[in-house]
Unconditional design. Structure first.
Length: 80
């Protein structure tokens, strides 16, 4: 969950789009998946950094893991 469409910024033609076109593609939102996990009777874990993976444990119940990438770190990764 990167907050809404930032993955499309990686497309080669994205830089050629107009401001309005970019706004249609990248739709910032503040949504988490915890509600879905509750609705389906699943456990839920939100991971926002490397240390968050330490909370992963084997269990008998289905687990929904929501990964929240850091925008700046992701941009740096793709720039290298």
């Amino acid at each position: 969950n990167n907050g809404g469409g930032q993955i499309f910024e990686r497309l080669p033609r994205f830089s050629q789009l107009t401001k309005n076109q970019k706004e249609v593609i990248v739709q910032p939102q503040d949504f988490d998946l915890k509600g879905w996990a509750v609705m389906w009777g699943m456990d839920y874990l939100r991971i926002e950094n490397r240390e968050g993976f330490d909370a992963l444990k084997a269990g008998g119940k289905a687990l929904l893991v929501e990964l929240i990438p850091n925008y700046e770190e992701t941009a740096h990764f793709y720039a290298v």
